[in-house]
Design a protein around this ligand. Structure first.
Ligand code: ADP
Ligand code: MG
Length: 238
């Protein structure tokens, strides 16, 4: 049985059929990257996994249980967005620890968890600053810290690097890859950047118009595309 099973999932917003039966099985430790053109339904799928959007049809199973009707706060899933949504009046430490505070984790334990994550992300020296005093890359690290500190079963990333400049994007890409290797976490990562997909993914899911076009290793998707769309989108020669 897969760790996360997306089983014939549909999404309708009124008359609009946005996801048309998505099937993906994700194993523990996978780094699954969802790619596809803008509007193909990547964020919608991620939001459904996080519980921010309801499921019109189909089933999501996480670690053996159906989570269709499980409240987002009870899913043990952390999501990192493109816009960081940090609390401007709180310090970096406060931002990272806020989720733990809400869960009534005692102060000492909270501090230890925040320190551990800050060290991992190399932002120990920024803990007393406010988000307004940080660069874009530093803010993105804090946003990741906020997700990591909860030690969730599953990480969701929705185009986390698309607001960063090209150089920083490459650096952060490397860091995310190293974090995944070090922690062995399961990640579902959305991007519209093919290079990002090729370098990060253990497997790539190529979407178009609410349908899955191909699911495979980066090499398989690149070397052996299912159709012309995948070939064109992934930039492969065939
Ligand atoms: P992507 O993340 O791949 O760019 P989205 O998942 O954001 O695409 O959107 C997929 C489609 O669903 C788009 O056509 C979008 O307009 C539509 N959509 C997304 N959210 C809503 C909503 N709340 N109500 C109506 N349509 C929506
Ligand atoms: Mg999106």
């Amino acid at each position: 049985m897969s760790f996360l099973h997306i089983n014939n999932v549909h999404k309708r917003f009124g008359e609009t059929h946005v996801l048309k039966g998505i099937d993906i099985a994700i194993e523990q430790g996978d780094f699954l990257v969802l790619v596809g053109p803008s509007g193909c339904g990547k964020s919608t799928l991620l939001n459904m996994i996080a519980g921010l959007d309801s499921i019109s049809e189909g089933e999501l199973r996480l670690d053996g249980r159906c989570i269709n009707d499980v409240h987002p706060s009870r899913r043990d899933i952390a999501m990192v967005f493109q816009s960081y949504a940090l609390y401007p009046s709180m310090t970096v430490a406060g931002n990272i620890g806020f989720g733990l505070e809400m869960r009534k984790v005692p102060r000492k334990q909270r501090r230890e968890a925040v320190d551990r994550v800050a060290k991992l992300l190399q932002i120990e020296n920024l803990l007393d600053r406010k988000p307004g005093q940080l660069s874009g890359g530093q803010r993105q690290r804090v946003a990741m810290g906020r997700a990591l500190v909860r030690d969730p079963q599953l990480f969701l990333f929705d185009e986390p690097l698309s607001n960063l400049d090209a150089k920083l994007r490459v650096d952060m890409r490397t860091e995310i890859k190293q974090l995944h290797q070090r922690l062995g976490t399961t990640i579902v990562y959305v991007t519209h950047d093919q290079i990002e997909a090729m370098t990060l993914a253990s497997r790539i899911a190529v979407m178009r118009g609410g349908e899955l076009q191909q699911l495979g290793t980066p090499q398989a998707v690149y070397d052996d595309p299912n159709n012309l769309f995948v070939a064109g989108f992934m930039g492969s020669p065939s």
